[in-house]
Design a binder for this molecule. Structure first.
Ligand SMILES: Cc1cc2nc3c(=O)[nH]c(=O)nc-3n(C[C@H](O)[C@H](O)[C@H](O)COP(=O)(O)OP(=O)(O)OC[C@H]3O[C@@H](n4cnc5c(N)ncnc54)[C@H](O)[C@@H]3O)c2cc1C
Length: 282
């Protein structure tokens, strides 16, 4: 698509370059920005030239640069990159499952960035599901030069909307090692066989026995449900059904999304229970 209003393009190399002039907008993979008219945008500031290391692993966990592509994150989870994950990061199994919820062509899939997906903040955002499921923390460079951190689940405030102020930049997402070590499961459904996800439910069983479930795609913003232990099906279904934000659009009605989310949550719980039963006694 020709973005006819854009007359300026800058490559960012320092934090100072990230100060946006009126009409400028951050450009990451550009897969959404270039897909429809942007009448209010007159210039792009390319983030991919910042040269941030795409994936950093240390004892605290995984730091994903906002500019890391979804394809590279999937390659990392599959052990195909030079940067390797510790063998006990069981939750990395969620990465390809979540990424495959991004229903797009090969070209988009290989160019779209993790940060762009989070900042676009669609209810069915593949990386929103992943990062919310693992208590990912968004590292934000505020336009005023300060830095802030918040859960990705709180960054997304509505379908297509984040709480970033104009000029704020998502620098990275940090996923704690403790949650990466947790067994995790994901189930999703789409109304059409090759349609965008209508509901995505994830679950995680942490080392202290607590369980965290998230509902995305079915609700306007991520819903995180925390339990001290793996809940009974009845308690889980009650919590999922009471979650706020189920919505209707051509990809599914609100009552359908609520109903299928309960079914998916029970399947996630069954996976976690099954995995738990197979763990050696402590
Ligand atoms: C055919 C097609 C299918 C698609 N399918 C899906 C889908 O199934 N699910 C889905 O969620 N999306 C989908 N998208 C939308 C989009 O491609 C993805 O959300 C993609 O991940 C966006 O990433 P990007 O790097 O290309 O972002 P860009 O297009 O570069 O940017 C997206 C938005 O985020 C802002 N932005 C980017 N990075 C940052 C940052 N670090 N800090 C602050 N702001 C930033 C940009 O200014 C822009 O407003 C689809 C798009 C197309 C064209």
């Amino acid at each position: 698509m020709d973005i006819t209003t854009v007359t300026g393009f800058r490559t960012a190399r320092t934090r100072g370059d990230l100060a946006l002039a009126p009409g400028e907008r951050f450009l990451a993979g550009g897969t959404w920005l270039m897909s429809e008219p942007q009448p209010e945008t007159t210039g792009f500031v390319d983030l991919t030239t910042m040269g941030w290391p795409e994936l950093e692993v240390d004892e605290t966990g995984l730091r994903i640069a906002a500019t890391c592509t979804i394809a590279r994150l999937v390659a990392f989870a599959a052990g195909r990159l030079e940067v390797h994950a510790p063998a006990d990061w069981a939750a990395l199994d969620l990465v390809p499952m979540a990424a495959n919820a991004l229903l797009a062509s090969f070209k988009i899939w290989n160019t779209a960035t993790v940060g762009g997906n989070l900042c676009r903040a669609f209810a069915a955002g593949a990386m929103v599901s992943l990062c919310a499921a693992l208590d990912g923390v968004a590292v934000i460079w505020r336009a005023d030069g300060s830095e802030a951190r918040m859960l990705v689940a709180d960054l997304v405030v509505d379908d297509g909307k984040t709480c970033l102020a104009p000029g704020d930049l998502l620098r990275a997402i940090e996923i704690p090692a403790a949650t990466l070590r947790s067994p995790a499961a994901l189930h999703k459904i789409a109304l059409a066989e090759l349609g965008r996800s209508g509901a995505v439910v994830t679950g995680r069983l942490d080392g202290d026995g607590s369980a965290t479930f998230t509902v995305t795609a079915a609700v306007r913003r991520p819903v995180v449900l925390r339990f001290e232990t793996l809940p009974s099906d009845a308690a889980l279904v009650a919590a999922v059904e009471a979650a706020p934000g189920y919505y209707s659009d051509p990809l599914g009605a609100a009552d359908w999304r609520r109903g299928v989310s309960s079914v998916l949550a029970r399947r996630v719980a069954a996976d976690l229970r099954h995995g738990h039963d197979q763990m050696p006694a402590a």
